[in-house]
Design a protein. Structure first.
Length: 314
């Protein structure tokens, strides 16, 4: 199949959500507390739907199982999930399990290692990344005594920053941040602290302290990710991370960029600009907010215009 697979996102209401998914990307969001755009997802809690071509109307999970030749993957389930998050307020402090723990305690769910590309951030915005406890006993004591200011590590952020967040990392997005998140296809979160917030019905949200303490890595310090950019014929590629979970890069197109066929299926999210994708005699318009998959062995192809993508694959 030498045709891109464009996907229709799913939107999720969140207590901390806002309107930036509409304001920045033009999405038709369901309400003013829309926190998450599940842009490329085959997870049962929110599946993307194919927008074009012979598989139009199919859920991504069904496409994965019925047409494995498009993906050529050894994974039993579509392994990745691409989101855009609008943190209009602080997210809860949370942590995610690894594959082994989630498989044992969360009905076979995948673990959740993730990473963030900061799309937008208000002046002074911060994330929580890691903690100051040196032992498990100190971690338990700080949580039980609510010593959040001493316990949690805060890191300032700006647009263009990238953070790798492996399972076991205590973390939270702060108010005023929009990120593109690439993660394992999992919806398992252990909430540690939620600022004693109440939802619209006056209830506090559930905490998961026992499991969170089980899976949190100790000690845990924030270490900035180093990355490099390589330029070739209209295409600048910044390599952020590549491991057994995912490869994530930023692609900046300026003018025309010829790309060789890709062996693996690849996921693209357009974060800025506009342009076209040309493959053979077919041409596809691309605008900010588009998300698409290029099937395995797609190409050769050409991007034209001024475009900024996040590209990922397993």
């Amino acid at each position: 199949m030498n045709e891109p697979i464009f996907l229709q996102p799913i939107f999720q209401e969140r207590i901390w959500g806002g309107t930036k998914l509409r304001d920045l990307f033009g999405y038709d969001i369901p309400n003013d507390h829309t926190g998450e755009c599940w842009a490329v997802s085959a997870h049962p809690n929110g599946q993307s739907v194919v927008k074009n071509g012979p598989y139009q109307g199919m859920k991504l999970g069904d496409l994965w199982t019925s047409h494995p030749e498009l993906f050529r993957s050894s994974s039993k389930v579509f392994p990745l999930l691409t989101k855009i998050l609008d943190a209009s307020d602080d997210l809860s402090v949370q942590v995610h399990p690894d594959d082994e723990y989630a498989g044992k305690y969360e009905n076979g769910e995948l673990g959740k290692t993730e990473c963030w590309y900061i799309v937008d951030a208000e002046p002074g915005a911060v994330i929580i990344y890691g903690h100051e406890a040196k032992t498990k006993e100190e971690l338990v004591s700080m949580i039980e005594n609510g010593e959040w200011d001493r316990f949690l590590t805060k890191v300032p952020v700006k647009p263009g920053d990238f953070f790798y967040v492996p399972s076991g990392t205590l973390h939270a997005l702060g108010k005023g941040i929009v990120v593109l998140e690439t993660q394992q296809s999992s919806d398992t979160t252990y909430r540690v602290y939620d600022y004693d917030r109440r939802d619209k019905d006056g209830n506090t949200r559930e905490l998961h302290l026992e499991k969170a303490i089980d899976v949190t890595t100790v000690p845990q310090a924030y270490e900035p990710v180093t990355y490099e950019t390589k330029q070739k014929d209209g295409l600048a590629i910044t390599s952020f991370v590549s491991n057994s979970f995912f490869t994530v890069e930023k692609w900046n197109v300026s003018g025309n960029a010829e790309v060789a066929p890709n062996e693996k299926y690849t996921i693209f999210s357009v974060l800025a600009g506009s342009g076209t994708l040309t493959a053979g005699e077919h041409r596809y318009d691309l605008v900010k907010g588009d998300h698409f998959i290029l099937p395995a062995n797609f190409g050769p192809y050409r991007f034209s215009g001024e475009l900024e993508f996040i590209m990922s694959h397993e």
